[in-house]
Design a protein. Structure first.
Length: 113
């Protein structure tokens, strides 16, 4: 194989790898941007009521769960929260809504790690 053909193949591989990386890089900042656009979850929402969601965890009737004291349970350290930053973040339990990081619901589960 000639050196010219090898370098062309390497160039094509590099371009394809770069194109494949673009969508992945866009996803990194997407969760935070989406959280800013989502409406805040209202405590009167039917799903919120069913899961006993409150935007201030200190007002929730919490109990110790999985070795975590009630005082340390809030949305910011729950496995269902999605974004890494912000006071209001998307939650997999409340599709299309953002929850307060200081909130709590009955499905709270400590984030692994």
């Amino acid at each position: 194989m000639s050196e010219l053909n090898k370098s062309r193949r390497d160039a094509v591989k590099l371009m394809l790898a770069g194109l494949a990386a673009v969508p992945v890089l866009n996803l990194v900042g997407m969760a935070n941007a989406q959280a800013a656009e989502l409406p805040h979850l209202d405590e009167n929402d039917p799903t919120a009521k069913a899961l006993k969601y409150v935007s201030d965890a200190t007002k929730a009737a919490r109990v110790d769960k999985a070795g975590t004291p009630a005082a340390n349970q809030h949305c910011a350290n729950c496995q269902f929260i999605q974004a890494a930053e912000g006071d209001w973040r998307p939650c997999t339990l409340f599709a299309g809504k953002a929850v307060n990081v200081n909130g709590w619901c009955a499905s709270w589960t400590l984030k692994a790690g």
